[in-house]
Write a protein that binds this ligand. Structure first.
Ligand code: SAM
Ligand code: SF4
Ligand code: SF4
Length: 372
């Protein structure tokens, strides 16, 4: 574990980089950053708490009873989240992912989903509304999430072997309950669920083949994720990363050769591959094959800070704008203006320059604070 770890909310002052002009211009419907990347996706963290202690994300030594989570008063309310979402939609966002911490721990999350599902993109189409969960509470919530209007779900699952899974979640949570949750979510109408597996050398690499064999027989899509150097608390070392290329080699050796598929959207994080029988597999290769050049993702923390990169160390405080006592139209115009000025100045590409002098980070935000 790194000794540099500092709770994030102590290190991110409420940055303000914009000066509001007298007359605020209307949103143009699309925004581009300095590398000509559009703003398309928004990830919203709804809690910084979690019921798991995945060793690569919230190691127990750091996220223990002494750890200071955000106080309740810091959290954006559902109404505030919706106002922020509307401002992003005005700038061209068409996809929103709810994340955390564990998003299903946020009380009445289905109510937030219902509110967001009523929003419309600039072209009148519904949003693509998704959520990433560890699956622990999914079984009992799946029907309510579906009824509320959630379109898609991603479930994180790092092993099928119960002992390895428990070792990774570090709270003794059995794998059978996550598998049951996936089945229940499928039964209520989530047709193809994405299954995220973080692969860590020496920890769950022996699960690559069982996971590939198991999920190829299901309607769900397994995605292998390279262990990333997010935050400062997970003790990341390059030696712990198993590259996507290496995983494909191991699959090929075991008779599960894959062939590449066309990308569906330029900004997708996963490259798509298929088994000989057609079943799809994804690879999220942030370490060995960075995809910053097409990154159209903005992130909002639980307390309303805007981050333009997963590896950022500072966010921009939108909550202050939300809580100013302005007329509603004026407030929305100011939030939209702030988002535009932040996005237009963005030049983040951490994964592409990882290891270079430029990338030497101060203290990066934690994954559990900002969401994956
Ligand atoms: N708690 C939820 C879950 O686990 O699905 C949502 C939040 S979690 C931070 C989002 C995703 O980030 C998960 O799929 C998780 O496996 C992934 N993740 C967390 N730490 C990671 C790391 N160091 N490298 C790669 N992926 C990581
Ligand atoms: Fe919790 Fe998700 Fe992080 Fe695991 S990866 S500790 S489930 S936030
Ligand atoms: Fe986007 Fe930052 Fe990840 Fe690059 S490192 S893909 S800019 S979030």
């Amino acid at each position: 574990m790194s000794e540099k770890f500092i709770p994030i909310f102590e290190q991110t002052p409420a940055s303000k980089i914009w000066d509001f002009p007298l007359h605020l211009p209307p949103s143009s419907g699309q925004l581009f950053d300095r590398l000509h990347r559009p703003l398309k996706d928004l990830r919203i963290s709804v809690t910084d708490r979690c019921n798991f202690r995945c060793t690569y994300c919230m190691p127990k030594e750091v996220f223990n009873t002494q750890f200071q989570y955000l106080p309740h008063s810091s959290l954006l309310s559902f109404e505030e989240i919706v106002r922020i979402a509307k401002a992003f939609i005005a700038h061209g966002v068409t996809k929103i992912r709810l994340t955390g911490g564990e998003p299903l721990l946020r009380k009445n999350i289905e109510e937030l989903i219902r509110m967001l599902s009523q929003l419309r993109c600039a072209n009148g189409e519904p949003l693509d509304l998704t959520l990433t969960t560890n699956g622990a509470l999914l079984g009992r919530k799946a029907q309510a999430l579906k009824d509320a209007g959630l379109n898609r779900i991603t479930v994180s699952l790092d092993a099928l072997d119960d002992a390895i899974f428990k070792q990774m979640n570090d709270v003794d949570f059995p794998v059978s309950e996550v598998l049951d949750s996936i089945n229940q979510a499928h039964a209520v109408g989530f047709k193809s669920i994405k299954i995220n597996m973080v692969v860590k050398a020496g920890v769950n690499e022996q699960e690559i083949l069982p996971m590939a064999r198991y999920f190829k027989q299901t309607p769900h899509t397994l995605r292998f994720i390279e262990f990333m150097d997010v935050g400062s608390s997970n003790g990341w070392r390059m030696d712990d990363v198993i590259s996507s290329a290496e995983i494909r080699q191991r699959l090929t050796k075991a008779g599960l050769a894959l062939s590449p598929l066309e990308a569906q959207n330029r900004s997708d994080t996963a490259s798509r591959w298929r088994h000989a029988d057609g079943a799809e597999v994804g690879f999220i290769s942030s370490v060995t094959q960075a995809f910053c050049h097409d990154c159209s993702r903005a992130r909002i923390s639980t307390e309303g800070k805007l981050y333009t990169c997963l590896f950022a160390s500072e966010g921009y405080d939108l909550r202050t704008l939300l809580r100013e006592q302005n007329e509603q139209a004026e407030q929305i115009a100011r939030i939209e203006y702030a988002i535009a000025s932040i996005w237009q100045q963005r030049s983040d590409r951490y994964s592409e320059i990882r290891g270079s002098a430029q990338a030497v980070a101060k203290s990066k935000i934690e994954m559990s604070y900002i969401g994956g």
